[in-house]
Design a protein around this ligand. Structure first.
Ligand code: HEC
Ligand code: HEC
Ligand SMILES: [Cu+2]
Length: 483
């Protein structure tokens, strides 16, 4: 008797803890939950869920039978009094042992059939009979996702648009450590391994926004490395693609957005591109991203650049910081002022020169922060036709022309991106080529970039003659102000 009361004492608090905890954990399984694998919206997730249920019910039946037998035998044949005799002890029973070896073999064989067929069906090539396959490359970075559409020449980050009902083939890459790509309601989970690309296909069955999450511990901000899959109607998807090739309208001179654009060019553009709408910008962004990465890896502690999300048409996004917050003027101001107040550990704060302060917050006034946020939120497809270079006409602001066309490769400081940092170019330009004045050299760099290639750089500088005389003059004037 004494023994029983001793046992029941720790049992009660344990139950008080375990029962609510179990209920809380099980609540995450409700199909409505954003990351529940029970409410599915795509064939891959649906097949995995039905496979899970099939195995679950077999396991449940085994559990009930075995535990039931144990309970029944323990109660039915328990020792009832001190005078009960110890039963006759046996050892070995061929029939029983063969039976309980064969039954599990049969159960496992039954489970193996749907398991293996599902695995084969899902890892095999994308179905070819369900519409044109969309190719997407997803790249894991600490701690955000980059999405590239090679067939459409679109680069974006953290929000991937796919057309409803059409198969999407994802090439999964990582630029740094092992991440895992997981979209619970639509597709399974596959690791993103550096130097070893993986593959996953999915079909979104229902229009809507779905949660994605990195599912492999990848460092301090791992739990904050999320993304969204936006399943669009075919028309919305095509409109999105063509919007990504339509430049935003230039901000009105003197507006907060115009000031934000210049502040962005000065403080942020060494890592972020905002203008991947023009022809050729796709290849340029990929080489800039590689160059930013090379810059970071060559000096991990002190680098002023690192690969970063492409912010083209950022104003059309719904989330901030890799799916972490709703995107609003307020949340964006919070992010720009002090990124770690939103997401601890982000590389942006560690490496951007603008956060090189005692408390790590930006060297920007509240108005400047607000202007940058307004500028970023204003980045949406403009009224110019898709793919066109925006005509400036008349009064040209060199800083703006620079911010629109050049910042994916050049910083206005000393940082090397793809091309050299342009601080001090006015002073250096006069001595680059004998016989060319400073102005002449800068102009030649823009009109005939191949005529002189700076030592140690690739000859990838595009020809800018098409910008027109006004813009070229404005650029030369602007570049000479960079100190
Ligand atoms: C040293 C490189 C670097 C500089 C400079 C930099 N950033 Fe970033 N930025 C990053 C990185 C890396 C991330 C991804 C952070 C993460 O999610 O962990 C990021 C993320 C962002 C995001 C969120 C993007 C998304 O998809 O949700 C915004 C907005 C942003 N930066 C704005 C700015 C602004 C504004 C500035 C200038 C004041 C700036 N950045 C300067 C590297 C940089
Ligand atoms: C695709 C990347 C890329 C883009 C975009 C780009 N450049 Fe360059 N630029 C380079 C590279 C690389 C070099 C160095 C090699 C060379 O001299 O051609 C360079 C060199 C220069 C130089 C000469 C620098 C020196 O120290 O002598 C100037 C000036 C220049 N670029 C201005 C611009 C301007 C202005 C724009 C925008 C209208 C622009 N670049 C756009 C890649 C680019
Ligand atoms: Cu990760």
């Amino acid at each position: 008797m004494h023994r029983v009361s001793k046992l029941s004492f720790p049992l009660r608090p344990a139950l008080v803890l375990v029962v609510p905890l179990a209920i809380a954990l099980l609540a995450a399984c409700t199909p409505e939950n954003n990351q529940s694998t029970f409410g599915t919206a795509g064939p891959i997730a649906a097949d995995q869920a039905s496979l899970f249920k099939f195995i679950f019910w077999i396991a449940a039946a085994v559990f009930v039978l075995v535990e039931g037998a144990i309970l029944y035998i323990s109660i039915r044949y328990r020792r009832r009094s001190d005078s009960d005799k110890r039963p006759y002890q046996t050892h070995g029973n061929d029939k029983l042992e063969i039976t309980w070896t064969i039954i599990p073999i049969l159960i496992l064989a039954v489970i193996a059939v749907p398991t293996l067929t599902t695995i084969w069906a899902q890892q095999n090539n994308v179905p070819q009979d369900k519409g044109e396959v969309l190719n997407v490359e997803a790249v894991g970075h600490q701690w955000w996702f980059e999405f590239r559409y090679p067939d459409h020449e679109v680069v974006t980050a953290n929000e991937v648009h796919i057309p409803v009902g059409r198969p999407v083939a994802f090439k999964l890459e990582s630029s740094d450590v092992i991440h895992s790509f997981w979209v619970p309601k639509i597709a399974g989970k596959v690791d993103m391994v550096p130097l070893n690309n993986n593959f996953l296909w999915m079909i979104g069955d229902e229009v809507g926004t779905y949660y994605g999450q990195c599912a492999e511990f990848c460092g301090i901000a791992h739990a904050h490395m999320r993304f969204r899959v936006i399943v669009d109607t075919e028309e919305d998807f095509q409109a999105w693609i063509s919007g990504m090739h339509t430049a935003p309208d230039a901000p009105i001179a003197g507006s907060p957005e115009a000031s934000g654009k210049n502040l962005f060019a000065a403080n942020c553009s060494s890592c972020h591109t905002t203008d991947s709408t023009t022809p050729g910008s796709y290849a340029r962004e990929i080489s800039s991203q590689q160059a930013r990465w090379n810059g970071w890896i060559s000096d991990i502690e002190n680098s002023g650049i690192v690969s970063a999300p492409n912010l083209t048409h950022f104003g059309t996004r719904s989330t901030l910081g890799a799916g972490l917050k709703d995107l609003t003027q307020e949340s964006l101001e919070g992010w720009i002022t002090d990124p770690s107040s939103v997401k601890i550990g982000t590389r942006m704060q560690k490496h951007a020169a603008v956060y090189d302060t005692a408390d790590g917050t930006a060297k920007l006034s509240p108005t400047e922060v607000s202007n940058i946020a307004k500028y970023l939120l204003s980045l949406k497809p403009g009224s110019a036709p898709s793919g066109a270079v925006v005509e400036t006409g008349g009064n040209v602001d060199g800083a703006e022309v620079f911010a629109t066309n050049c910042t994916s490769c050049h910083s206005t400081g000393d940082n090397k991106i793809v091309g050299p940092g342009l601080a001090g170019i006015g002073d250096q330009a006069g001595s680059r080529v004998a016989g060319l004045s400073s102005d002449e050299y800068i102009e030649q760099s823009l009109r005939e970039p191949a005529a002189f290639v700076v030592d140690g750089f690739p000859a990838v500088m595009p020809n800018w003659s098409h910008l027109g005389d006004d813009s070229i003059d404005a650029l030369v004037t602007y570049l000479k102000t960079l100190k």
